[in-house]
Design a protein around this ligand. Structure first.
Ligand SMILES: Nc1nc2c(c(=O)[nH]1)N[C@H]1C(S)=C(S)[C@@H](COP(=O)(O)OP(=O)(O)OC[C@H]3O[C@@H](n4cnc5c(=O)[nH]c(N)nc54)[C@H](O)[C@@H]3O)O[C@H]1N2
Ligand SMILES: Nc1nc2c(c(=O)[nH]1)N[C@H]1C(S)=C(S)[C@@H](COP(=O)(O)OP(=O)(O)OC[C@H]3O[C@@H](n4cnc5c(=O)[nH]c(N)nc54)[C@H](O)[C@@H]3O)O[C@H]1N2
Ligand code: SF4
Ligand SMILES: [Mo]
Length: 747
């Protein structure tokens, strides 16, 4: 029987959550296009979206678990395919051996970026993390957005309460250190982001981009300000300074719930626009005019991403962005910075009566504080390699490639190679997973249910969209894999994953029936559990979350409300409307107020002042990163359609610097940082500002023993060989990936 059909689903590859229309002919994907009827993306798609076909078909993608059985004569690991039960038995043996020899503190975990896009991980992570009980949890968050969580924690009492730019209604959009024409946006789920930027201008608004590079986003903006890497906090503090000095503070509706505005003036006093000009490279008058424009615009949204978070003052920078929204009356107002309300969120304020805290424990070797339950990933190599009590001997990695994505890659590689045991949940045998004893491969995206639990909380419209499995497979998805791992870890043996799925559903419902204000408060949880639908574990947990969420059907009490079944009937998604003001109800601070000085920000401003003086006298070349539309961190370089064409892993150098350094376009350069050295192809271009060089991350696919044929043929070099693991934002533990001091010379 031929399998011909058209299906619709949400692309899980980046934060934009585009709707895809997938045509299937004879059981194979014929074509993937943007879904014109998707309620949110209305047909937008980027070149990666259609590659779900190539990813599904990629012969290198693992179809069965593999277990490492020694090394070949060249030292490369040798893997053999095994059945799932056998693979889980090896996991259990390894875990028991390590725990017996060293105790539970010897077990750590690294969580990669695709988890955020994965339904099964989002529904089941809690079970696994609780079971494993590890203090050594590391993730891509500390090479990414951790400053955003920490700033939110202190300001709003909840590290997951993140404002997004309400750009569809903004009169002024200021984008700092983000390049959505390439990345398609981050901590701002907005499919068709480029079109939305153009729409701001088309309706008479203004778009300003602040970036050391003349990016495609900068080219599309009304104004582009080139800034010296790492100095954004100085610029933003100067904006606040000017707003206060010129009496342009206007708190608006939330003025009654904000404390500490009076102290701002003294705190930002040293950061005059004139002082900021010499540090940032942006002249004082331009800074004043930008501040005036933000104050004068009917609505303004300032949004910062990677260029503002992966720097030494990442948390302070993020806090300053929110402070500007607060003091100009743009927080929680249409057209400003607003809080989404996801279909799966628990809406009731969760006031704990306790302030937001970090540092509940510290990394063993370097003593860095825990944040959001994690330790800085820059500390991971030391935690593995440095002997002593609590040394890590076993790691789990789930959807992560830290050997390419995290600082000081050579040492990270050495660390993973030295482990006594390593288990990876991953779809590829790559630079990181080649060190694993067992790789457990979930199916490809087309073989999994999908709902964006994480990104519906970061979305510029409230939308709900469920995507059922397209192709059945006997490869389990993350929910089943994580359930089985949780049982092994808790000593329940290798049981039926349904036990874990059912337990998760029961916990959600039991909690809800006990919670004041829940739509199912006081109901019989067991009776409701029997009403939960879904063929798979993640789907059932999602159903429980949706039905008890802010738009849920409350198991019949609100018959028009959401459930998985209802979403299945709406393959193009359900639009839940524009963002609405949510403060003060959405505050989880102990006082239900916003205290600007909760947290270390006064000290951070003092630290910034001291550093700014040093920066003024420091003219070393600075390395920053860059993304490409056809990339996705380190893991999509195995798809020929995405890597063909000109090699993209080049060091971009400004013509003036090239002349000074004796570099030529197409030549080779040696680039050296405090921790590493690389030889790389040079591209001379004035896209990058003088004094700055740019190299993309996620390359360097030349390690023996990986099985990524296409990537190996387009290896490139790994920029994180140059990243210094000790350079971090001390507040959030986030690595400095932008503004790294380097020396460059002809090779
Ligand atoms: N120098 C520099 N370094 C950077 C950055 C930078 O800008 N500059 N950016 C940083 C950022 S923002 C991030 S998020 C990190 C990313 O850091 P990581 O998340 O560690 O790296 P990725 O390259 O995203 O690797 C993802 C892994 O998940 C696997 N995978 C893909 N899909 C699935 C799936 O469905 N299930 C499972 N189980 N596995 C899957 C892939 O095979 C790969 O092994 O990199 C960071 N590193
Ligand atoms: N095509 C593609 N899309 C992606 C990814 C990908 O790898 N490829 N990765 C995804 C992930 S995991 C994430 S987190 C997002 C990231 O999303 P974005 O943050 O939008 O991604 P980038 O393109 O890295 O943009 C960062 C910008 O900051 C600039 N910058 C560097 N240093 C500084 C600085 O000190 N100050 C300022 N103001 N700017 C600076 C850089 O030049 C760059 O243009 O993208 C996601 N989308
Ligand atoms: S922009 Fe992101 S979500 Fe949209 S098609 Fe491209 S990769 Fe997929
Ligand atoms: Mo990221």
């Amino acid at each position: 029987m031929s399998d011909d059909r058209t299906v619709f689903r949400t692309c899980p590859l980046c934060e934009a959550t585009c709707g895809l229309q997938i045509e299937i002919e004879d059981g194979a994907v014929k074509r993937i296009r943007g879904d014109q009827d998707d309620v949110f993306s209305t047909g937008f798609i980027c070149p990666k979206g259609s590659t779900l076909k190539q990813l599904y078909e990629d012969p290198d993608r693992l179809r069965k678990p593999v277990v490492r059985q020694g090394f070949d004569v060249d030292g490369a690991p040798v893997f053999v395919e095994v059945e799932w039960d056998e693979a889980f038995a090896v996991v259990a043996d390894k875990l028991t051996a390590v725990r017996q020899a060293y105790g539970n503190d010897a077990v750590g975990i690294y969580l990669g970026n695709p988890n955020a896009h994965n339904l099964g991980w989002n529904t089941h992570a809690r079970a696994f993390l609780k079971a494993i009980g590890a203090r050594s949890v590391f993730s891509a968050s500390t090479v990414d957005q951790m400053p955003r969580h920490v700033a939110s924690g202190y300001l709003y009492g909840n590290g997951l309460r993140m404002p997004v730019p309400d750009m569809d209604r903004s009169d002024l959009l200021v984008l700092i250190g983000t390049n959505p024409y390439v990345s398609n946006g981050s901590i701002c789920t907005a499919p068709g982001y480029p079109d939305r930027i153009e729409a701001v201008r088309a309706r008479g608004g203004r778009v300003v981009v602040i970036d050391p590079m003349r990016t495609r986003t900068a080219e599309a903006a009304d104004q582009h300000l080139r800034i010296r890497p790492g100095t954004d906090a100085v610029l933003l503090a100067a904006i606040v300074h000017h707003l206060i000095a010129t009496d342009q503070i206007s708190l608006g509706r939330i003025g009654t719930i904000v404390d500490g505005v009076d102290q701002l003036g003294a705190a930002v006093k040293p950061f005059t626009p004139d002082a900021a000009a010499s540090v940032t490279g942006i002249d004082a008058e331009t800074i004043r005019v930008l501040a005036d424009e933000i104050a004068a615009a009917p609505t303004a949204a300032v949004h910062g991403r990677i260029g503002t978070t992966t720097v030494e003052f990442g948390t302070l920078t993020t806090w300053l962005i929110d402070v500007i929204a607060i003091v100009t009356g743009n927080l929680d107002e249409p057209g400003g910075a607003m809080f989404p309300c996801s279909a799966v969120e628990r809406v009731r304020p969760n006031r704990t009566g306790r302030p937001y805290r970090v540092g509940r424990w510290h990394s063993r070797v370097n003593g860095n504080p825990e944040v959001q339950g994690e330790l800085p990933v820059g500390d991971l190599p030391d935690e593995i390699l440095e002997p002593g009590d609590g040394q890590l001997k076993m790691m789990f990695t789930v959807a992560g490639n830290p050997v390419l994505s995290c600082p000081d890659s050579h040492r990270m590689d050495e660390a993973f190679a030295s482990l006594e045991a390593m288990i990876s949940v991953d779809i590829y045998l790559n630079e990181t997973t080649r060190h694993a004893d067992v790789i457990l491969p979930p199916g490809s995206p087309l073989e999994k249910d999908h709902f964006d639990i994480a990104f519906s909380n970061l979305s510029i419209r409230n939308v709900a969209n469920f995507s059922p499995v397209v192709f059945e497979t006997d490869q389990p998805a993350e929910d089943d894999i994580i359930a089985r791992l949780s049982m092994i870890v808790t000593g329940m043996g290798d049981g039926d994953p349904d036990l874990v799925h059912d337990q998760l559903v029961s916990q959600i419902l039991a909690n809800e029936v006990r919670t004041e204000g829940s739509p199912i408060e006081g109901c019989d949880a067991d009776r409701l559990a029997a009403m939960v639908t879904g063929e798979r574990g993640a789907e059932r947990v999602l159903d429980a979350l949706l039905r008890t969420g802010p738009y849920g059907d409350a198991f019949g009490a609100n018959p028009d409300g959401l459930s998985v079944e209802k979403l299945r009937d709406h393959p193009h998604g359900i639009d839940l409307g524009p963002l609405a003001s949510r403060l003060p109800a959405a505050l989880d601070t102990e006082t239900a107020r916003i205290d600007l000085w909760a947290g270390p920000f006064l000290d951070e401003l003092a630290r910034l002042e001291a550093r700014a003086t040093e920066w003024g006298a420091d003219d070393r070349l600075r390395l920053i990163g860059r993304r490409h539309l056809r990339s996705n961190n380190s893991w999509m370089h195995n798809l020929d359609v995405l890597v063909k064409g000109q090699p993209r892993c080049t060091l971009q150098v400004n013509p003036a610097d090239a002349t000074g350094l004796g570099l030529v376009d197409g030549g080779r350069a040696a680039i050296r940082s405090r921790v590493g050295e690389l030889t790389v192809d040079v591209e001379v271009t004035d896209v990058v500002m003088p004094g700055v060089v740019s190299l993309p991350h996620g390359w360097g696919h030349d390690r023996a023993g990986a099985r990524m044929t296409v990537a190996a043929a387009n290896a490139g070099v790994n920029s994180n060989v140059l990243t210094d693991p000790t350079a971090l934002d001390p507040v959030s533990g986030t690595s400095v990936l932008n503004g790294i001091p380097v020396e460059v010379a002809p090779a």
